[in-house]
Design a protein. Sequence first.
Length: 321
Amino acid sequence: MKALPGCLAVLLAVAASAAAAEGAFAPRPIHYVVASAPGGLADVTARVLGPRLSMALHVPVVIENRTGGGIVAGGEAVAHAAPDGHTLLSATPQIAIVQSMVSDLSFHPRRDLAPVALIGMIPNVLMVSPRTPAATLADLVELARRNPGKLNYSSTGTGTSVHLTAELLKYYARVDILHVPYHGAAAAMTALMAGDVDMMVDALPPSLAQIRSGKVRALAITSAHRAPQLPDVPTMIESGYPELEVNGWSGVATTAGTPPETVALLSAEIERILALPEVAEAYSRIGMSIHYLDAARFSAFIDAEVGRFALAVKVSGASKN
């Protein structure tokens, strides 16, 4: 009998949360914009989270893939929507990159988008071709210093976070390595395995098979801690580059001006959903570890990302002004 008040309190809290959700959201769909094609990090994040948000908020959640124009088109759609929490963006590092890359944006990500929550992170990995005689990051840097402008690296495209991570390494290591952009990760990896390029930075999960098979060699992880999948590969921080913690990440943003209580409700529901074992398992399958930050902490996180990538864009000369 003594447990009854506690159980009752839990039931009342759940009922109050449901009532708050119903009160905050009008009975019309939430549009969850993914500024990339199906199957990627931003898309999987939305497809795992969306149905559960729908159940929690008692409104339909419609996922919309807007591939044309990438984050520019998707971000613009959310930035110009009504500020009521009914339009969400599956946010990635591109929202921290685009304002340094493109001068004539019709929206400003930090002014026109409201961070809701960070969901998770994926580490990147620096790899070299089997033909590149470097067993460690220090070896690679020394090789590049002895051969300025003669080494090269592939990327998934100019202005991507993995391209800019490589540019930050060049900047901090003071080396000259040529960038060779490819259309997508598959082509960039093929060039690395063939020895057409010397190195590449990419997300760890899709690179694991090639690393484990010996087709490429991993030299460093870009996250703060070693990856459990590759426990013997040091981080860039361990390798002498404390500024080089750069992860892939996924979060949720909405339209600036959305009432704080609506943002707080969305963030709280996301935190609750991320605690579900099946959600952690779904994200683990794509190599993403859950790393929840509420709206305020996610906002500060994005500010730090904006500064990091602004430097990378500047030193790379990648700006599309």
